[in-house]
Design a protein around this ligand. Structure first.
Ligand SMILES: Cc1cc2nc3c(=O)[nH]c(=O)nc-3n(C[C@H](O)[C@H](O)[C@H](O)COP(=O)(O)OP(=O)(O)OC[C@H]3O[C@@H](n4cnc5c(N)ncnc54)[C@H](O)[C@@H]3O)c2cc1C
Length: 447
């Protein structure tokens, strides 16, 4: 082994990546711009700062996908989980932490590691030579973002997300909804039936608009809107501009015939588009929103066909720098055009502290293996970590790619589940049992 691994960003992902690579015996230099250069959200110069909530979400590793990710990261000796457990606070079934003590402990562990050194300061350009992991997060500094854009193309790096809610396909009521592309467009039958349509009559539409207008909304954080442009309005803002706006926009009924009631013209139609290659997830087209999560569930279940919808993720709009990873990254999380550069964390299009740290864990291990002349395959996508990395590096629809939380919709369905014999809770247990087995084997193969 001859090289040093350089990591840009000592956030959730970069800290975990540094720890994993160093534990594998690879010298690491960690480049962090804070506290010299700040962001609107970070407050300290510590590693792995939690910028908003102090929660790592559910710790249920039997029936929850994020809990399963905790389990996998613990099994892989993850620093983030180790310190989160050490500084956990009572929070019911969630893993909440004392954020200052947590970040201080991560910083101390990294500083104490004999193979990790710190190089304070902002990296303003995408490096040319050497092995690098770029883990600069949703608030990647402007100079570096410009350099990444120059290397990847303007369309490939977004500065805001516009997340439409994503629904588990199996929970859509197909006795009400039907499959059809507008004007039956497409060469193949699959293309002609690419969308799932949910019809509304006038009364349903009016009630839906009322609910949108009165729902509680979240605000942008102070400083978050710099660079925001009006191109991707939340649906509730469209509704505020006129009660008919949505009916002439994302909910227009034209070119669609209700399969269950061809003689009746729908007043409005909500369309859902496939979100992953497995076909287990569908996003509601054009429904990015800043409604509060609780309000979203209630409002979206008013849509005929979605009365019992289960949401893999809810909508949002945030300041968020992220790559179009499905087109840019290979399965080793390397930039296809410059394979000496790996990306990790939220900039790869995962979302959340846990998901970001998990992608750091994987990138750190993959980089370390590569520097020892080996190739570490990603864990099988029956695992939470594998499902997530598979999603961002190819499983997701590249055209409509938006950041993703871990959820069971990303996992290959269980054989028994296809027949519908299991209840949802048992099914989730089936997923996590299978994942633990596959993940343990993946770890054992590296021992
Ligand atoms: C306002 C806001 C609120 C959020 N709230 C939540 C929440 O409540 N829960 C949740 O799970 N997630 C939340 N997120 C998402 C959260 O930021 C990520 O999940 C997580 O921090 C991502 O980890 P990361 O390591 O990819 O990025 P970060 O943790 O942001 O780490 C990136 C690091 O890179 C450094 N950096 C950036 N550019 C450079 C450069 N050019 N040179 C050197 N260093 C650089 C930054 O200073 C930072 O330390 C929020 C994000 C934002 C912006």
């Amino acid at each position: 082994m001859t090289d040093t691994l350089h990591i840009i960003g000592a956030g959730l992902a970069g800290s975990e990546a540094a720890w994993q690579a160093a534990q594998a015996g690879v010298p690491v230099v960690l480049h962090e711009m804070r506290p010299k250069v700040g962001t609107f959200a970070h407050r300290t110069g510590d590693c792995a700062e939690m910028v908003c909530s102090n929660s790592f979400r559910s710790d249920d590793d039997e029936r929850n996908a994020v809990g399963l990710l905790h389990w996998e990261m613990r099994a892989a000796g993850g620093l983030i989980m180790q310190m989160a457990d050490r500084h956990a606070l009572p929070a019911g079934g969630a893993l909440a932490v004392d954020r200052e003590a947590f970040s201080a402990a991560v910083t101390e562990a990294l500083r104490a590691h004999p193979l990790i050194s710190f190089a304070p300061g902002e990296i303003c350009e995408l490096p040319g030579e050497g092995r690098w992991i770029i883990a600069t997060g949703p608030l990647t500094s402007g100079a570096l973002a410009t350099s990444i854009r120059a290397a990847t193309g303007a369309e490939s790096l977004a500065f805001f997300d516009a997340i439409a809610p994503i629904v588990h396909a199996e929970t859509i009521n197909m006795d009400i909804a039907w499959r059809q592309s507008r004007y039956d467009k497409g060469e193949t039958e699959e293309d002609q039936k690419a969308y799932i349509n949910c019809p509304m009559d006038r009364a349903q539409y009016e009630a839906f608009i009322d609910a949108l207008l009165s729902a509680e909304k979240t605000e942008f954080h102070e400083g978050e809107t710099a660079g925001y442009f009006d191109g991707c309005l939340p649906i509730e803002v469209m509704a505020e501009r006129g009660r008919e706006t949505l009916r002439h926009g994302p909910m227009k009924p034209v070119g669609l015939t209700n399969l269950h009631d061809p003689a009746t013209k729908s007043y409005a139609v909500v369309q859902l588009r496939r979100d992953n290659a497995l076909g287990t997830l569908y996003n509601i087209v054009g429904f990015q929103t800043k409604m509060k999560y609780g309000a979203q569930t209630a409002v979206f279940r008013m849509i005929p066909g979605l009365e019992n919808a289960s949401f893999a993720r809810l909508g949002g709009i945030h300041r968020n720098t992220f790559l179009n990873a499905p087109t840019l990254l290979d399965e080793q999380m390397r930039l296809r055009s410059r394979p000496n550069l790996r990306f990790a964390g939220q900039v790869t299009g995962v979302e959340g502290y846990v998901e970001s740290a998990a992608m750091g864990l994987l990138a750190g291990r993959m980089a370390a293996a590569e520097m020892k002349g080996q190739t570490l395959p990603p864990p099988g996508f029956e695992t939470a970590m594998g499902a997530l990395v598979n999603h961002i590096t190819g499983g997701a629809e590249a055209k409509s790619f938006q950041p993703m939380n871990v959820n069971f919709g990303l996992f290959p369905p269980l054989e028994e589940a296809r027949g519908g014999r299991k209840g949802r809770k048992d099914r989730y247990k089936g997923y996590t049992d299978r994942a633990k087995e596959v993940f343990s084997a993946w770890l054992a193969a590296q021992a």
